[in-house]
Ligand binder design. Structure first.
Ligand SMILES: Cc1cc2nc3c(=O)[nH]c(=O)nc-3n(C[C@H](O)[C@H](O)[C@H](O)COP(=O)(O)OP(=O)(O)OC[C@H]3O[C@@H](n4cnc5c(N)ncnc54)[C@H](O)[C@@H]3O)c2cc1C
Length: 416
């Protein structure tokens, strides 16, 4: 008897990871994408795999910080003024979650998922056919001022008390020896040694190739247009290149997932959260570690052949522009920190739409009211970090195997 067929809609980090674990389970897997494999938000992000990032965006001080910058067109966090009821509802729900208890509850879920995902990565990336330029050399949170360095110390104490995660403090006087790409005179840094990073586009390409060799079919330029339902089942997908049928369907459409809500007849409160990156060729003093500079809201990632600066969170709908000022802003934000904030050559400028949920948690599980459809989306700022655990969870659910992951907290049913 032939294996059950599963169709995955969306070939970003999440769709690719779902394909991996479903194929390993023996399913016959097809992945469709309206564009190219790994070509959307999963292509030029920071590449951080960060078990340290357990705190959601919905922290008690997020509202005050957000309100200060919200309508400033050049702030790192920006909401384009718009009267769209779905966005207003999203914002209100987000605001309601900005309290200590909800922050810790979301943190506990993310902690469990991130730890499990990091463990999966350690196993997966032993496979030499996966080429992500993976480097397991921690993450520096770098601060220019003592005030912000000490303030982060309080966050670190909270992470230690609640989740057993702790960073090493590196004072300014030792910092340049530890990371020679940084300028003298900075206040210091906190170092999370269990974080790692890789080059997302290379991971996607090599992972898809490996899956293709094991029988997974990827169909690019194939857009889902409508879904045929019979009772509680999906019986086929109508796509731009024809009709496709399978026994099970996984929707991993990233920031576009909100548009599937009426088709799947369920709530999917996802807004696109736009970020930018600039990738440059190697400067003379290449950063040795991936870094975050929270005072300027930027991330810096070193790769074998260059480095990337990324940041921003714009709620501006599906705006596909890359304004020059945003790219300059990324480089300017790095000036107070890096000896060489601008590399010899700009290799790539990029934007991506993060799939943002108002509770900072992904949406993973069966679609309410449908017996053969699952959602794997809403990974916010952590889709690369959470891809393997998501794929594994989806495979467990399709195979009807029990899981010790916090399924209820991430279930699509939480919005109904
Ligand atoms: C600046 C920036 C930096 C980031 N840094 C990090 C980081 O360091 N670490 C981390 O973990 N995360 C990071 N992220 C977040 C991460 O990039 C996302 O969470 C992740 O890419 C989401 O993956 P995805 O597969 O859900 O979405 P996507 O990669 O967007 O994939 C969804 C796919 O679905 C396809 N699709 C949508 N609708 C349809 C349809 N109707 N028919 C067919 N196909 C469809 C799209 O074409 C797309 O290819 C960053 C994001 C940004 C913007």
């Amino acid at each position: 008897m032939s294996a059950d067929r599963v169709i995955i809609v969306g070939a970003g980090h999440i769709g690719i990871a779902c394909a991996h674990y479903l194929r390993a389970e023996g399913f016959d897997v097809t992945v469709i994408d309206q564009g190219s494999v790994g070509g959307a938000c999963s292509s030029a992000n920071c590449g951080f795999i960060v078990p340290s990032h357990v705190l959601p965006l919905t922290t008690p001080d997020a509202l005050a910080t957000g309100l200060k910058s919200v309508f400033q067109p050049r702030a790192a966090f920006r909401i384009k003024p718009q009267l769209r009821p779905a966005l207003l509802r999203w914002m209100l729900a987000f605001a309601r979650r900005c309290n200590h208890d909800d922050m810790l509850a979301a943190g506990a879920t993310l902690h469990t998922l991130l730890e499990a995902s990091a463990a999966e990565y350690r196993a997966l990336l032993k496979d030499p056919s996966l080429d992500g330029n993976w480097q397991s050399n921690g993450m520096l949170f770098v601060f220019a001022t003592n005030e912000k360095l000490d303030e982060f110390g309080e966050t670190d104490s909270l992470l230690t008390a609640e989740f057993g995660l702790s960073a090493r403090r590196i004072d300014g006087s030792e910092l340049v020896e530890f990371e020679p790409a940084l300028l003298e005179g900075l206040a210091g840094a906190w170092f999370y040694e269990d974080d790692s990073h890789l080059r997302p586009d290379r991971l996607n390409a090599s992972w898809a190739e490996r899956l293709g060799n094991s029988g997974v079919q990827f169909i690019e330029d194939c857009s889902l247009e409508s879904v045929d339902r019979r009772g509680n089942d999906i019986v086929g997908l109508n796509t731009s290149t024809g009709r496709l049928e399978a026994e099970q369907y996984v929707f991993a459409a990233g920031a576009w997932s909100g548009g599937l809500a009426s088709t799947l007849d369920c709530r999917i409160p996802i807004e696109p959260g736009k970020g930018y990156s600039v990738t440059m060729s190697c400067p003379d003093t290449m950063p040795a570690h991936p870094m975050l500079m929270p005072e300027k809201h930027i991330g810096v990632t070193p790769f074998e052949d260059g480095y990337r600066i990324a940041s921003m969170m714009e709620f501006a709908g599906f705006d596909a522009s890359i304004p020059d000022f945003r790219i300059r802003q990324l480089q300017d934000s790095a000036r107070p920190f890096l000896r060489e904030p601008v590399g010899p050559e700009v290799v790539d400028t990029w934007y991506g739409w993060r799939p943002m949920t108002w509770d900072s948690l992904p949406i993973i599980g069966r679609v309410p009211g449908l017996d053969n459809a699952l959602l794997a989306t809403g990974h916010n700022m952590l889709g690369l970090s959470l891809a393997p655990v998501t794929g594994k969870l989806i495979a467990d659910l399709v195979a009807e195997r029990p899981s010790d992951m916090p399924l209820e907290a991430v279930s699509p049913a939480r919005f109904n």
